[in-house]
Design a protein around this ligand. Sequence first.
Ligand SMILES: [Mn+2]
Length: 338
Amino acid sequence: MKFPHAEITKLKEILSLPKNVVIVTHRNPDGDALGSSLGFKIFLEKKGHEVSFISPNTYTSNLKWIPGTDSIMVYENGMGKKICEARIKSAELIFCLDFNALTRLETLGEAIKISTAYKVMIDHHQQPENFADLAFGNVKYCATAEMIYDIIADMGETDLLDDKIAECLYTGIVTDNGFFQFNNTTSNAHQVAAALIDKGARPDYVSEKVNNVFRESRLRFFGYCLNEKLKLVKNNQVAYIMIGQAEIKKFNLQSGDSEGLVNYPFKIEGVKVSVYFSEEPDRIKISFRSRGDIDVNTFARTFFEGGGHRNAAGGVSNANPAITEKKFLEALESLKLN
Ligand SMILES: [Mn+2]
């Protein structure tokens, strides 16, 4: 057993009779948000539940290949709000996957908050809020998908896993741990991945679908950023790239296109922190990455209204690019690099 006996027993009991279930995940869903939600959805359906998966906003097209994406209900799309709210109203059970604060859902969070359904949270982020009736939270897990597998195993129901569920969960794991490269990679993550491969997940297929699907303009944009925009400060230990609206337009960037760019500066020996700033119409979105003990979660929380994990966090700035850059460079003085 990986999780407390009492909680697993409680979950088993809740799932013992067919229920009306809604699964929700965080805004801008990533591979883990979609993989864990879609994998768990298929699992619950196999157990006889009626399941809808609601995403706050639309997912990026590079994740469309994950099994079951055509069934996703998008809250912020056209008629989505009405349909999703009706669905939430009729739900007896709501699973909140891969986030731990309802604010991460923005307006959809309100609908979840007022729902009287029994709420179960399954998540691996730090500092969870106390909004669920039953919570599975553990920051040692590299992905929510890895937790889903262990919860299913704890319930003694791995027999229900098929190749589709396995590939969904495997995708969640490898997208959140960078194909076993990040320091959230544990022996448990490898063991769960191995079990999922035995159930039919294809590592080569998932790797191709995740890693080698750029449009030409996207790769050229990466080249431009690395060649002309990359700055190194703090004795070349901190790298950052700042991109404006005009450049986003010039390269015809689509949502999700800058994904992964923030990791490239780590190719330079000695770089310990990498930051990517992207100017949106109403604010600047920031991605923070770090190595080892350097805590960008606290940094993002303290200075840029964000957070996440110690080595991977997000944030925002409502100031213009020049002021944001100045603020960032000043804030860096408080970041311990050794
Ligand atoms: Mn995750």
